[in-house]
Design a protein around this ligand. Structure first.
Ligand code: GDP
Length: 442
């Protein structure tokens, strides 16, 4: 999960201050030493760490913090604000003004450039744009086909001319084609290399010169930590980037690149890649990232995800069924699908405030395999069994296990969980009913 290691270390460093009624300079200093170590261990650039710790310390030992009623909380607030600043302060949006607007994607091989081009097209279409993808990565053998397949999947047209043409020509022709066809955004994928070299830079500069893009986005792999920051620094010097996309943040437990790239290069991070799927691209919100790192959750992103993925009518229907205890295995399955649409479960949990500190959740490894099993068992049920789980006796359980490739124990566990859940809903609904009655009597 993103930032997991850093998040834990920072929270434990600050936890000691949180509950204290009085905090003195020595307490702050001790906490800051741990914060410093946590950041260095997370592979944050050492200059950035030094500056960060000195800024936070200076503010934290100030009178308004130490003399406040909740000094520990105030220090955490300062850390939160400075983390936000470190990552750029506020969200840096795309600036798309030309018609059509042109976004040029650059980056080293394997960083996730082609995938991100597709994700970005998908994202922009959700914003009511009409994107065109241009396959300009003539260097990596499978890149053009990869983009074409991706385009087919998300139903976005891809302009390509094979791998024998000059990339500048491909970009120019692609943009002209986009204009003719009425596209308002053209995303040009370009050729990366394994390492930064002169030929690549010259090629990219030539494209940039020729097509004057609105955005030049560098795609870097967050999991490579300071290497990603060095790559960004080099590209920015040569190309004057307009933004960075950090990919594979879902697998980056350290977070060094996310925390240093803005401070080192002064180039804003505009998006974060959070998985391999095409909708796993998020606009980068520094303040939300800071909250996630400090275990305060990211309720805004959670709500946005829910709004985009959860069918509101179904949600209402489900609420009614839970209240009236008509919840069946069909609803269970439906619910699982909707939650899955929002993204990997451990990531969703990470957005809930305090989830990191909850004992049960902390060690919870959300096992996608387990979910697949549950799904297989439910799909092996007859419609009647789904509606009336009470009828699932021993022989039916054996049949379900055989039909779903699981064991009778798996089936037993699921049915028990379901029954427990129904019981809980019953208790919950009688509790709220009681409250309502009381309220009416007043
Ligand atoms: P390119 O050479 O830069 O065009 O790289 P690709 O787009 O082919 O991506 C390289 C690999 O990284 C592929 O297996 C992608 O699925 C994977 N990838 C890209 N972005 C992400 C991300 O945000 N998270 C994860 N987990 N994988 C990603």
């Amino acid at each position: 999960m993103a930032f997991e290691g850093l998040s834990e270390r920072l929270q434990s460093a600050l936890q000691k201050l949180r509950g204290k009624g009085k905090v003195n300079e020595a307490d702050v200093k001790a906490a800051m030493r741990e914060v410093r170590l946590a950041l260095l261990e997370a592979d944050v650039n050492f200059k950035v760490v030094k500056e960060f710790v000195s800024k936070v310390s200076e503010r934290a030992v100030g009178q308004e913090v130490l003399k406040s009623l909740t000094p520990g909380q105030q220090v955490i607030k300062v850390v939160n604000e400075e983390l936000t600043q470190l990552m750029g302060g506020s969200q840096a949006k795309l600036s798309l003004t030309s018609k059509p607007s042109v976004i040029m994607m650059v980056g080293l091989q394997g960083a996730g450039k082609t995938t991100t081009a597709g994700k970005l097209a998908h994202y922009l279409r959700k914003q009511n744009k009409q994107p065109l993808l241009v396959a300009g990565d003539v260097y990596r053998p499978a890149a053009i086909r990869q983009l074409e397949v991706l385009g087919e999947q998300i139903d976005i047209p891809v302009f390509s001319m094979g791998d024998q043409e000059n990339p500048v020509t491909i970009a120019e022709k692609g943009i002209a084609h986009g204009k003719e066809e009425g596209h308002d955004v053209v995303i040009v994928d370009t050729a990366g290399r394994l390492h930064i070299d002169e030929t690549m830079m010259d090629e990219l500069k030539a494209i940039r010169q020729e097509v004057s893009p609105d955005e030049v986005l560098l795609v870097v792999d967050a999991m490579t930590g300071q290497d990603a920051v060095n790559v960004a620094e080099n590209f920015n010097r040569e190309m004057a980037l307009t933004g960075v996309v950090l990919t594979k943040l879902d697998g980056d437990t350290r977070g060094g690149a996310a925390l240093s790239v803005r401070a080192v290069t002064d180039c804003p991070v505009k998006f974060a890649g959070m998985g391999e799927k095409v909708d796993a691209l998020e606009p980068f919100h520094p303040e939300r990232m800071a909250s996630r790192i400090l275990g305060m959750g990211d309720v805004l992103t959670l709500i946005e995800k829910a709004q985009a993925n959860v069918d509101q009518e179904k949600a209402k229907d489900l609420e009614r069924k839970m209240r009236t205890q008509q919840f069946t295995f069909d609803d269970f399955l439906d619910q699982m699908d909707q939650v899955r649409n929002m993204g990997p479960l451990d990531e969703i949990l990470g957005m809930m405030p305090g989830a990191g500190q909850m004992k049960g959740l902390k060690n919870l490894q959300v096992d996608e395999k387990q979910l697949t099993k549950v799904e297989a068992i439910i799909r092996s049920m007859t419609p009647e069994e789904k509606q009336h789980p009470d009828i699932i006796n021993a022989s039916r359980r054996r049949r379900l296990a055989a039909g779903s490739g699981t064991t009778v124990q798996d089936v037993n566990r699921l049915i028990k969980q379901f029954m427990d859940m129904k019981k809980m809903m019953k208790q919950f609904s009688s509790m709220t009913k009681g409250k309502k009655k009381k309220g009416m009597g007043r």
